[in-house]
Design a protein around this ligand. Structure first.
Ligand code: GDP
Length: 411
């Protein structure tokens, strides 16, 4: 944690999406993340309609996630902006736009079904947007759950090299935890999932854990030149090399780190959150955003720099009881309340009203927001999902104008 004090604050931000086939457990995983990060204190359950991200009544009725919402939470000194991606193909534009504003994603799979056709199509979309991913094989408590089969289906159907970093402890209704193959520690949860215990790997699993760690090291060495060198020199990989090689492979898309668990265990998502921080990129680690200058002089890249001219994409507009809320991904520059900005899509100026950090339990007002962040802004009149907001002196369009999207009403 000491390192974070000196690091660029942007390095501690993760703009994260959760991608999944309908029913794989995206909503439950999201709920458990909000619960584990202390954002919600009451556990939301899908079946009783109290989940936080699926707040639209139509969505609840249809049992699918329709409208993207972004919620911020904190884990181990990092801010995770959780962007909900609609899992339904009917909302292709929204899926595309939410993939655009993410820097990384967790792909959730069902441990019984493995890769399903819809998981494949969402995966391909994420490929097109170059979104680095880690995989979470959920529902390990179900009858018929099998990590190795799910891993094999990731290899066969999605094609990156799956890199399993955990070994499940127990199976189906006796699934009680995981061995972390990176740190060689056992994490177990009580039956109700509310208490976690970390300790040494027990004798009966030690040999299997060593074998799997070896398989992981070999797979990483095969893909990563730096790791290969160490592997050839020493016959093994240090934990440090293994972790940094896994980070590189995640970001290049050559490999996918695979974790497993059950969203039915409250604390079962904690290793997943650790993996999000360890392997997925911050806004500083992704390429600069590219836009088109609206004077016809071509394209321009904007760095994730708070001092650069503003470039932000509106990706969701909700009509709430307190007025319109526009969700923005800031790519470069800074916004402050009262700033005049240029809506390069509607070609008019706009004034920034209140800037809000949207949390599941409340909205926290901010004085300003900087490049890399995701916030909601009140007071914008013309911005629609897909609009670019930029500095009036440096206009830029991030997304070609399409069909104007309706403002979504939220109770
Ligand atoms: P989504 O459609 O991907 O958002 O999936 P949901 O979160 O709505 O989950 C679909 C169903 O699977 C619900 O009935 C959940 O209660 C159930 N479910 C979610 N996670 C788990 C899990 O870890 N184990 C088991 N057995 N069921 C789960």
């Amino acid at each position: 944690m000491r390192d974070l004090l000196h690091a660029d604050p942007l390095a501690t931000v993760r703009n994260l999406g959760i991608l999944a086939h309908v029913d794989a457990g995206k909503t439950t995983v999201t709920e458990r993340i909000l619960y584990a990060t202390g954002t919600t204190h009451k556990r939301g359950e899908v079946h009783d309609g109290t989940t936080v991200t699926d707040f639209d009544p139509q969505e609840r009725d249809r049992g699918i996630t329709i409208f993207a919402a972004a919620v911020s939470c904190t884990w181990d000194g990092h801010r995770i902006n959780l962007i909900d991606t609609p899992g339904h193909v009917d909302f292709a534009d929204e899926v595309e736009r939410s993939l655009r504003v993410l820097d990384g994603a967790v792909a959730v799979f069902d441990a019984v079904a493995g890769v399903e056709p819809q998981s494949e199509s969402v995966w391909r979309q994420a490929d097109r947007h170059g979104v680095p991913r880690i995989a979470f094989v959920n529902k390990m408590d179900r009858a018929g759950a099998e990590l190795d089969a799910a891993v094999a289906s990731i290899r066969a159907r999605l094609h990156p090299a799956p890199l399993a970093v955990q070994l499940p402890i127990g199976a189906e209704d006796t699934f009680t935890g995981v061995v972390d193959l990176i740190r060689m520690r056992a994490l177990t949860w009580t039956d109700d999932g509310t208490t976690a215990h970390e300790g040494p790997v027990l004798d009966d699993l030690r040999e299997e854990a060593r074998r799997r760690r070896r398989t992981l090291e070999e797979a990483v060495a095969e893909l990563h030149p730096g790791a290969l060198e160490e592997f050839c020199d020493t016959g093994a990989l240090s934990t440090r090399t293994l972790t940094s090689a896994l980070r590189d492979l995640t970001r290049s898309g050559e490999g996918v780190v695979v974790l497993c668990g059950s969203a039915y265990r409250d604390r079962g998502v904690e290793p997943l959150l650790d993996a999000v921080l360890a392997y997925l990129p911050s806004p500083l680690d992704v390429p600069p955003v590219r836009g088109t200058r609206d004077d016809g002089t071509g394209e321009q890249d904007r760095p994730a720099d708070p001092g650069a001219p503003l470039a932000a994409l509106a990706f969701k507009v909700n009509a709430t009881s307190t007025g319109r809320l526009t969700y923005l991904r800031l790519y470069s520059g800074t916004i402050e309340r009262g700033d005049t900005v240029w809506d390069a899509t509607a070609r008019r100026t706009e004034r920034i009203g209140r800037i809000l950090r949207v949390r599941a339990d409340r909205h926290a007002p901010l004085d300003r927001a900087v490049a890399g962040d995701i916030v909601a802004v009140a007071g914008l009149r013309s911005a629609r999902a897909g609009s670019t907001l930029c500095a009036p002196c440096a206009p830029l369009v991030l997304e070609p104008p399409g069909v104007a999207e309706p403002v979504v009403s939220v109770a």
